[in-house]
Structures are given as structure tokens and as C-alpha cells.
Design a protein around this ligand. Structure first.
Ligand SMILES: *Cc1c(COP(=O)(O)O)cnc(C)c1O
Length: 391
């Protein structure tokens, strides 16, 4: 049985994966929940497709079924499958905005601002207004109000859209705050979009009812390929005319595809098996366990651990962050920087090994006499992480 991420996959046979005989190569990988691999039932769902239709003609039954299934799960009247979370956000933004000049208010740490190649500026000609939440966790109504441009003064780009993200860095946005921001946006005639790539985790952790949270937004993008472990894809939900525009822009960016049931069948299985099947709960429990192991070693966190991410503050326990990938590799783990991500394919053995690595990191720090290694040279914001997974 293949059990270690360092083993090559050359001997892996499809039959063995399909029968669940092989552990996922993600079992020892803490870099992101995007590393999850299709489960036997996800692969089987592809083989179970009886009719492969063309989704550009809306004739792919599997895809139509996934969209209806998500509509009933979320309470929104229309849905459109897209290739990725980035595509979901970008076509949503494009579909909400009309005539520039216009601006979007968002959390400065969010995916749309940082990790979508500046897409909103290019595809939607929008000025992005990033706001840093003072409480270190989530944006508040007051911060949104202070930053929205509600004026026809010709110097400004009026705000037509607010984008929230939940979870953001694994942090749950309180439902009360969402409600207040939603009421404010409605009153001002500003659209409200949710990047809900990991909204499944919010619901699994008790941060609100899926339908209720979604009801406060004009549009939501949900991801199948992160914590849920499907091989690819996201879905955008909203009102019918909005989703009509989403389909138009999805076509324009090359995201309308043909027999895409091969992606939408496993996406549905992922929702049923991992989200409805309750598998996210274990990932949150394991994250909590890692948080307390780290606390026992004297370590603090950079962000609270609400769901499946543990953000270490390495310096708080005398740890040099650059030690992380080396010590992780020695233990047979993949883990690259202060962020630990737990997903449904992480095995118990990997958690024990990671706890061993945490101890070793702290020991290394003590052996250096608490001294940090020479200061890393200052670099451009993201250059250090070029080869790392920012997903
Ligand atoms: C990963 C992620 C995305 C983008 O998803 P891709 O499928 O990688 O394009 C968008 N938003 C959030 C919050 C994400 O974590």
C-alpha cells in the first residue's frame, strides 16, 4: 500500500484507486486542500455517466443535474458551473458591473485582490478598494461604510459591488456582520458577492446555515476542488438574469465546455460524500488538535483556528520559518510555511508526524539559543512564495 507522499506514483493502477486500495498521495500533504485527489466514488461517478451531452447546448444531463442540485441546496434560482474559483469570481464581477468608472470594496487579504492576476482591473475595468480589517479577523459594516464611494463627484469611481470572502484564511465571518453589510448594500443599491470557495467549511463548523448565509448575497461562488476534493471546478449561483450574463462571459473567457460531465459528476459526489457526508468535521477537529499541540510548545497563532487551517506564528515559539520545509521533508511530510491546511485525506499518522515536526522545530530554535537565523533580506511581497501554493 502506497502510504508516503515521497513515493512515486508510477506503479499506481486505476483499478487500485477505483477500489480504494491506494491511499491518496495527499495523505501526508499539508500545503493546501487543493492537493486532495479524486476518491474511488468520484472516479466511479464518471464511469456511471450514461449520456454525455454537450454543455454549450445545455444538453449535458450530468451538468444540468449538478446545477439543479446546487440550486436546491443553496436556495438560489440559477447556477452555472465554471472551471475554477478564479473564473467564478471574475465572471461574477464582470456580470454585476456595467459602465465604468466603478469600484469594488473588499478585504485587503482576499483572493480577488491578491491572487487573480489583477483580473478585476482588466476584465471589468474596476478600481479595487482593499480594506484591512482592524480586528485582524473580518471586515465590519463600519469599515465597509467608510470605504464605499457613494457619490457622483466626478473625481471618484462609485462603488457598485462589495466582495466578501468566507472563510478567509480559514476564519469564519460572523453571520451578524454579513447581515448588516447586506442590509447596507441593499439600501445603497450596491451588489454583494461572496467568494465562498470554502463556505462549506463555515457551515460544517457551525458558522451558519448554508441557505441563510447565501440569502444575504446577490451572487456566490462555491468551490468543489478545495476541501471537497473534486478534481476541478466551481459554481456560481444567483438570480436567473445574472446567471444568464455569467454564461455569456463564461463563454467569452473560454470556460464553456462540451462533455463536461466528466468534471460535474465527481463535483456532485464531492458535495455528497465530503460536505453532506460530514467529512469536513474531522478536518476541523484535527486542526484544533494541532493548535493545542502547538500551544503546549508555547506557540501562538497568527489567526484564530475556526476551520481547517492553522496559522502558526513561528517566532512566538522561537521557530525559524525557513526550517519548516526541511524538517517536514525529513518526516515524510509536505508542508512549506507557517500555514498548515488539514483536508479530508490527511491520515492520523500524518498528524502524529506533524506533531513530531513541531517539537523538532522548537528544539532547533532552542539549540540556536533562541536566536533567529540572520534576517531574511527584504523581498518584494510575494517573491518568496513564487513556487508555493497560494491556493
Ligand atoms: C482557491 C481560491 C480561489 C480560486 O480558486 P481556483 O480554482 O484556484 O481558481 C478563489 N477564492 C478563494 C477564497 C480561494 O481560496
Amino acid at each position: 500500500m502506497a502510504s508516503n507522499s515521497s513515493e512515486t506514483q508510477k506503479d499506481v493502477k486505476f483499478e487500485d484507486i477505483a477500489q480504494g486500495k491506494i491511499q491518496s498521495p495527499a495523505a501526508y500533504d499539508f500545503r493546501s486542500d487543493t492537493v486532495t485527489t479524486p476518491t474511488p466514488s468520484m472516479l466511479q461517478s464518471i464511469l456511471n455517466i450514461s449520456v454525455h451531452g454537450d454543455d454549450v447546448f445545455s444538453e449535458d444531463t450530468t451538468t444540468n443535474n449538478l446545477e439543479s442540485f446546487i440550486m436546491s441546496l443553496t436556495g438560489k434560482p440559477a447556477a452555472c458551473f465554471v472551471m475554477s474559483g478564479t473564473m467564478g469570481n471574475q465572471v461574477s464581477i464582470r456580470s454585476h458591473l456595467t459602465q465604468p468608472p466603478h469600484s469594488i470594496v473588499m478585504d485587503s487579504r482576499c483572493h480577488i485582490f491578491n491572487y487573480e492576476a489583477g483580473g478585476a482591473a482588466i476584465l471589468s475595468q474596476a478600481q479595487m478598494i482593499p480594506v484591512k480589517p482592524a480586528n485582524g479577523e473580518h471586515l465590519t459594516l463600519e469599515e465597509v461604510q467608510d470605504n464605499v464611494i457613494d457619490s457622483d463627484d466626478i473625481h471618484y469611481a462609485p462603488t457598485r459591488l462589495i466582495c466578501l470572502e468566507n472563510t478567509i484564511n480559514g476564519i469564519i465571518m460572523p453571520l451578524e456582520e454579513i447581515k448588516k453589510i447586506s442590509a447596507f448594500a441593499k439600501e445603497k443599491g450596491i451588489k454583494l458577492h461572496l467568494d465562498g470557495a470554502r463556505l462549506w467549511n463555515v457551515v460544517a463548523a457551525g458558522g451558519g446555515d448554508l441557505k441563510e448565509i447565501i440569502s444575504y448575497f446577490d451572487s456566490v461562488s462555491l468551490c468543489f476542488s478545495k476541501g471537497l476534493g473534486a478534481p476541478m471546478g466551481s459554481i456560481v449561483i444567483g438570480e436567473k438574469d445574472f446567471i444568464g450574463r455569467v454564461r455569456h462571459f463564461r463563454k467569452m473567457v473560454g470556460g464553456a465546455t462540451r462533455q463536461i460531465g466528466i468534471a460535474t459528476a465527481p463535483a456532485r459526489t464531492a458535495v455528497e460524500e465530503v460536505f453532506l457526508g460530514g467529512r469536513l468535521t474531522r478536518t476541523h477537529e484535527l486542526a484544533k488538535r494541532l493548535e493545542s499541540s502547538w500551544a503546549k510548545l508555547g506557540g501562538k497563532l497568527k489567526f484564530p483556528c475556526h476551520t481547517n487551517m492553522v496559522w502558526l506564528d513561528p517566532a512566538s515559539a522561537g521557530v525559524d520559518e525557513s526550517d519548516i520545509p526541511t524538517e517536514a521533508k525529513k518526516a515524510g511530510l509536505k508542508w512549506d510555511y507557517e500555514r498548515i491546511v488539514v483536508h479530508h485525506q490527511i491520515c492520523d499518522d500524518a498528524i502524529e508526524k506533524l506533531e513530531g515536526v513541531l517539537e523538532k522545530l522548537v528544539e532547533n530554535g532552542k539549540a540556536r539559543g533562541g536566536a533567529q537565523s540572520p534576517e531574511m533580506p527584504r523581498m518584494a511581497r510575494y517573491s518568496r512564495r513564487v513556487d508555493q501554493d497560494l491556493a
